[in-house]
Ligand binder design. Structure first.
Ligand code: AMP
Length: 324
């Protein structure tokens, strides 16, 4: 049984008083209005101040309760919530972070338009029995004069690293900072971002960060499309086209099951599936070693198929582990 005894006095007062001036404020307005920049949503504590969250989490750790961290950029969907649910099963205290990290976006990318909906996110996290949310400001995460970055491991170089220079430097830096702010026993990452998961695992190994990285399976829509915050950019027509990514992965899986071992032929069929759906801008379609991401020409052991392709202005990624 996990304890859910966290209700902050100001939020409890607001909840009890229908005429309280902050009663009908949005959560963001409430957080801005409260002197300590904390509030509670159905018993879940929300911190805007990373420093306050860090102090509280360090205090909780002295009580020897296990802690699970789920880092996110918000605009939450069931994929994110599956990570929270697994953390809930495995940890006494579940902490989720919501931070759209500017350093992992290139200047031409979608930082400005990235979907943000703190109120809905907090309601969803409270419903998934998250205990603590950290939603820090960019100004606190990157204070004036910030100049220390993590040089990401070698596995960050190909694929996403080649298409999005600097992306994993930003990811590794913010994730290491989150690990310091929220010293967790376990941290949960989706296999949807397969290369990111490897980057984090290698960073944790190389820098001896005392956290266990728990990989979580990809959650898909009924028609196979991997859930993503960016799916909401898609028009109904593009949403149909986007199904081609998971179909291409299905084709790869079928071919491998039927005995095909020539990576070029498998990649060729995957590309055909994407082109057949009208996808013209394909960043990569590869079969690679699941640990190093070195590209494979023949499937002599386990492999991962990875795709990045554009549907209109939206860039989508997907992947599948293939067992030979
Ligand atoms: P993001 O908010 O996109 O940075 O994602 C936060 C975490 O949720 C990352 O570890 C993602 O890999 C994970 N995630 C996102 N989409 C999915 C999905 N469809 N299935 C499983 N995990 C996901």
């Amino acid at each position: 049984m996990h304890e859910r005894a966290f209700v902050l006095a100001p939020a409890a007062e607001i909840a009890a008083d229908w005429h309280h001036p902050l009663r009908n404020k949005t959560i963001r307005e409430l957080l801005a209005a409260l002197p300590s920049q904390q509030c509670a949503v159905n018993g879940m504590r929300v911190f805007i101040s990373a420093r306050d969250a860090q102090l509280e989490i360090m205090r909780l750790r002295t009580e020897r309760r296990s802690l699970g961290l789920v880092p996110t950029m918000g605009a939450l969907h069931d994929g994110h919530l599956s990570l929270v649910r697994l953390a809930r099963e495995q940890s006494d205290i579940v902490v989720a972070s919501i931070f759209v990290n500017p350093t992992q976006f290139a200047p031409h990318e979608d930082l400005g338009q990235y979907p943000r909906n703190l109120d809905a996110d907090l309601q969803a996290l409270a419903a998934a029995q998250c205990d603590i949310v950290l939603a820090p400001s960019a100004a606190e995460m990157y204070p004036a004069g910030f100049s220390t970055y993590v040089e990401p491991p070698a596995v960050a170089a190909p694929l996403e690293g080649a298409c999005r220079p600097g992306h994993f430097r930003g990811v590794a830096t913010v994730v290491l900072k989150l690990f310091h702010l929220v010293p967790a026993d376990r941290a949960y990452f989706g296999q949807k971002d397969y290369q990111q998961l490897l980057v984090i695992r290698h960073m944790v190994r190389d820098l001896a960060v005392p956290v266990e990285i728990v990989p979580c399976p990809i959650v898909r829509e009924a028609d196979g499309l991997a859930m993503s915050s960016r799916n909401r950019y898609l028009s109904p027509h593009q949403r149909q086209q986007a199904r081609a990514l998971s179909r291409a992965l299905d084709a790869a899986e079928r071919l491998v099951k039927s005995g095909e071992r020539d990576a070029r032929r498998i990649v060729g069929q995957m590309r055909d599936a994407l082109a057949g759906a009208g996808m013209e801008r394909i960043d990569y379609v590869v079969l690679a070693d699941p640990e190093s991401l070195v590209e494979k020409s023949s499937l002599d052991g386990p492999a991962v198929a990875l795709i990045a392709a554009h549907v209109g202005n939206t860039r989508l990624i997907d992947n599948r582990l293939l067992n030979t």
